[in-house]
Design a protein around this ligand. Structure first.
Ligand code: HEM
Length: 514
């Protein structure tokens, strides 16, 4: 029987249904539109394969930095890839670095997460691998206080002494200079961060730290552990082999970060602490070294060691190779030293301003083969060459989605500044493949100073830039003052990767007294 009330209820229900259906349709259409807009505005790049995306493109690369630079010609300054469920954005120009990593630093300053290293081994608490959170900001503050223009001056003398000790070690055992250089680079940083003696007495710390850093380097390859691709695996039982390996790594990391720091504390109590970054941190906070402050100071100093030692080692190896391959540049640098300081004189850090050619050699070394901290780690396992970081800027992860020049950059994307593309730009008459310090002295050259890109960008820029530059200056100029660097014989084949220099006897250049 017809009832006006039931008719009204039915009509209202229908109306609700219609409204709900319309809302669902609008939401779906909006979603689809967004999906297509995003798909169409995702940065251009090589065509992805169904399911695996660009994984094969990445896998088949001999030198990814060169391929990425070729893609710049094909696709532009911003290239997009998708692999194993991850969006990867490659930046290929200074403009893109500045626009995104400097000006929009707040969105581009997280780091990619490697579950095993960052979570299980705890390295995610270190400054270089930490996301930009409050704790990271506090660490940056501590490092700026310790490594600013005035505090770095107190390390000049220590840097000069260490360079002289290194030269002495090379003189005593020239065939073993690669190992001497590795130890010297670590000692530099250990002495500066923890005030340890510059003599070989502290080798036990160096050996432990080197071993720990090797484990981290091998593990910071996404795909090295299935757990990095499936982070829920971190909660699996501790007896599984990957958990046991991670636990062993974590123990080593604990020793690496706490032992030297504890020693500084003891030295302070006994009144024999030498100047160091750790001492500066302690001195400023003695009254309130809370648990949190203690952890922060511990990780700040350990981060400096982890980031600073490898970069010095790798840059000096590059320099030795360049000097061997371009002996005329070596002679010109030595002539400058002899003219300004006098033959047989070792340089001081404060001589930097008086040695413009050597300053240009430093810049050219960083341009010719850009080096980065943790020199041999790779972004992903599917880059089978584990040398990726030698040439690509330290990657970032976006914290939010962004639009850039009409392109959509998704949240959570890995962003790689490909500094190789800048390093190998043509600069007027100077070939980008050759070693010409002159490109930084010649007013007509268009070369971009590596000081503006080799140390990173925006909020994440290397806090050890000043100290690092002084380190490499004093090591290079001391080597030039004391040695002639040359190929062992005419069959010398330069190594493909700088890190391999001298690893095999056949690729070891000779260092003889100058
Ligand atoms: C030749 C020497 C060096 C080079 C070329 C270099 C280069 C770099 C680069 C490219 C980054 C990544 C920046 C970014 O993501 O934009 C970085 C980060 C870092 N560097 Fe250096 N560095 C050098 C020496 C040092 C030294 C001597 C120290 C410390 C004493 C140091 C401490 C750090 C730290 C702690 C970070 C991590 C910063 C963060 O993620 O917030 N570096 N460095």
């Amino acid at each position: 029987m017809f009832s006006p009330l039931s008719f009204a209820i039915e009509a209202e229900n229908r109306m609700h249904l219609l409204v709900a259906a319309a809302c669902a349709a609008i939401a779906m259409l909006t979603g689809l539109r967004l999906f297509f807009i995003r798909r169409n505005t995702f940065p251009p790049g090589p065509r992805p394969q169904p399911l695996i995306g660009n994984a094969l493109d990445l896998l088949n690369m001999e030198n990814p930095w060169e391929k990425f630079t070729e893609w710049k010609e094909q696709y532009g300054d911003v290239v997009g890839l998708r692999a194993l469920g991850t969006d990867i954005i490659i930046l290929n120009s200074m403009q893109a670095f500045k626009d995104l990593l400097d000006k929009r630093s707040s969105k581009y300053s997280h780091r990619p997460v490697f579950t095993v290293v960052c979570k299980l081994m705890k390295m995610g608490e270190s400054m270089p691998l930490r996301d930009q959170d409050q704790e990271w900001r506090e660490m940056r503050k501590l490092s700026h206080t310790a490594l600013g223009p005035t505090p770095v001056k107190q390390y000049y003398r220590m840097q000069e002494d260490m360079a002289a000790i290194f030269a002495r070690e090379v003189m005593d055992d020239p065939a073993n200079y690669r190992n001497a250089l590795r130890a010297a680079s670590s000692r530099f940083i250990l002495s500066i961060t923890y005030g340890m003696s510059v003599r070989a007495a502290d080798n036990k710390y160096i050996n432990h730290a080197e071993h720990t850093m090797d484990i981290i380097r091998q593990s910071i390859v996404l795909g090295a552990y299935l757990c990095d691709l499936m982070p829920w695996m971190q909660y699996l039982p501790s007896w599984l082999p990957f958990q046991r390996r991670a636990a062993a790594g974590r123990k080593m990391v604990d020793i690496m970060i706490t032992k030297p720091f504890e020693r500084v504390k003891q030295d302070i109590t006994e009144g024999k602490a030498r100047p160091s970054i750790a001492l500066d941190i302690f001195s400023g906070n003695q009254d309130e070294l809370s648990q949190q402050m203690y952890g922060r100071a511990l990780w700040t100093t350990a981060s400096m060691y982890a980031a600073g030692a490898e970069s010095t080692f790798a840059t000096i190896l590059t320099f030795i190779l360049a000097m061997v391959l371009w002996p005329e540049k070596q002679s010109r640098a030595q002539q400058e030293l002899d003219a300004v300081l006098g033959y047989g004189q070792l340089p001081a850090v404060s001589d930097r301003e008086r040695l413009p050619y050597i300053e240009a050699v430093m810049k050219e070394t960083m341009r010719w083969n850009p080096m980065l901290p943790l020199g041999k780690i790779s972004l992903t396992g599917f880059f089978h060459s584990a040398k990726l970081y030698l040439h690509l800027g330290f990657p970032r992860r976006t914290s939010q989605a962004d639009e850039y020049n009409g392109l959509h950059i998704p949240a959570g994307a890995i962003v790689i500044p490909n500094v190789w593309a800048i390093a190998r730009e043509h600069n007027g008459v100077y070939s980008p493949h050759e070693f010409h310090p002159e490109r930084f002295l010649d007013a007509t050259s268009t070369a971009t100073d590596p000081g503006t890109w080799a140390f990173g960008f925006g909020r994440r820029i290397c806090p050890g830039k000043l100290l690092g530059e002084n380190n490499i200056f004093i090591m290079m100029s001391t080597l030039l003052a004391a040695f002639e660097m040359s190929a062992p014989d005419e069959k010398f084949v330069p190594p493909k990767f700088i890190a391999d220099l001298g690893r095999y006897a056949s690729s070891l250049p000779s260092l003889v007294l100058y």
